[in-house]
Design a protein around this ligand. Structure first.
Ligand SMILES: Nc1nc2c(ncn2[C@@H]2O[C@H](COP(=O)(O)OP(=O)(O)OP(=O)(O)O)[C@@H](O)[C@H]2O)c(=O)[nH]1
Length: 304
């Protein structure tokens, strides 16, 4: 092992990054303070992560007992030790009960050494990952209501469509449109209109309770609800409960009038050349009829 001067030791112990040096077999020959402290704070026995232990073996054992991330890390480290790659970078989640955390592991030969020693470092990348999660959320959700936006909905619908096609099961879609919303907006102003849309969004979100359900803000005052594995009759019941809940929000304008919604429901077992556009069109046509028949009602596709 090369000599570590006092200055270098202090410097390495001052870094937030967890650093270890391993030999060709994977045996740990040096760890800095952050490495030791992380082990102590996270209940990792020094018997598995301290100097003298085989880091590669620890990763291998975790990997073979089902921790696929540890298995991937071990494979990457082995490649670097064998000279198959110059370095290995690996981003992985390591959430604690109290917080979300991600780290990036890097394995690379120790520079200036004869090729017998390697540096393993773990760098906390949580801030970047949280920012990425936030950006992803913003790109998939409507900023006003927090519901899925069209882009998210289209991806979700496409997956649900293929799943339903394989399992030969019903997929339902309800298209909602607020009634006379222009009048509400014109009388009470755009901000009150926004509040109204937020409340309607909350009603829809509450109705989308299963993993195969998704509530979407489809357009300005148009919303949608996708219901996987739900028949036309049940979807119509859910749509009617939403219609009633919106009515009960008691959002008044022109003294006596209340905000209501109209809804069109369609169901299909996807097959053949049909595309998901068919389901949306059918629901849209039913919604049109609900508007024509006097609004504040639910109309099912295929009914007169
Ligand atoms: N406040 C607010 N209003 C919006 C938003 N998006 C769309 N709108 C309004 O929604 C209204 C839609 O009006 P119309 O398409 O005429 O429909 P409607 O008045 O609901 O009439 P029907 O659908 O026929 O019952 C317009 O006044 C739009 O300005 C939004 O994000 N916020």
């Amino acid at each position: 092992m090369l000599e570590l001067t006092a200055l270098h030791a202090l410097l390495l112990d001052s870094l937030e990054e967890q650093i270890a040096v391993i030999d060709r077999e994977g045996v740990i020959v040096y760890v800095n303070r952050a490495w030791t402290n992380f082990g102590l704070e996270n209940g990792l026995a020094s018997a598995s992560s301290g100097t003298g232990n085989n880091y590669l073996a620890v990763c291998n054992i975790s990997g073979s007992s089902g921790d696929s991330l540890a298995g991937e890390a071990a494979a990457g480290i082995r490649d670097v030790l064998a000279g198959k790659r110059v370095s290995f970078h690996f981003e992985y989640p390591c959430h604690s009960p109290a917080e979300k955390r991600w780290f990036m592991m890097r394995a690379a030969p120790l520079q200036g050494d004869a090729g017998n020693l390697f540096v393993i470092s773990h760098h906390n990348i949580t801030q970047r990952k949280l920012a990425e999660e936030r950006i992803e959320f913003l790109s998939l959700h409507d900023p006003l209501t927090g519901l899925a936006n069209r882009r998210h909905f289209n991806q979700f619908l496409n997956n649900a469509w293929r799943r339903s096609s394989r399992s030969r099961s019903l997929l339902s879609f309800v298209m909602f449109d607020l009634d006379h919303f222009k009048d509400y907006n014109d009388e009470l102003g755009h901000l009150a209109g926004d509040e109204c849309l937020i409340k309607v969004g909350q009603v829809l979100r509450a109705a989308a309770g299963r993993p195969g359900d998704l509530a979407v803000r489809y357009g300005g005052e148009e919303f949608g609800l996708l219901l996987e594995g739900t028949c036309l009759e049940d979807a119509a019941k859910i749509a009617d409960a939403i219609r009633q809940n919106v009515h009960e929000l008691d959002m008044r304008y022109r003294k006596t009038r209340l905000i209501t919604v109209s809804a069109g429901v369609a169901s299909v077992i996807p097959e053949g050349e049909q595309s998901e556009i068919f389901l949306i069109r059918e629901a849209d046509k039913a919604l049109y009829r609900a508007k024509q028949q006097g609004r504040n009602r639910v109309v099912c596709a295929g009914t007169s």
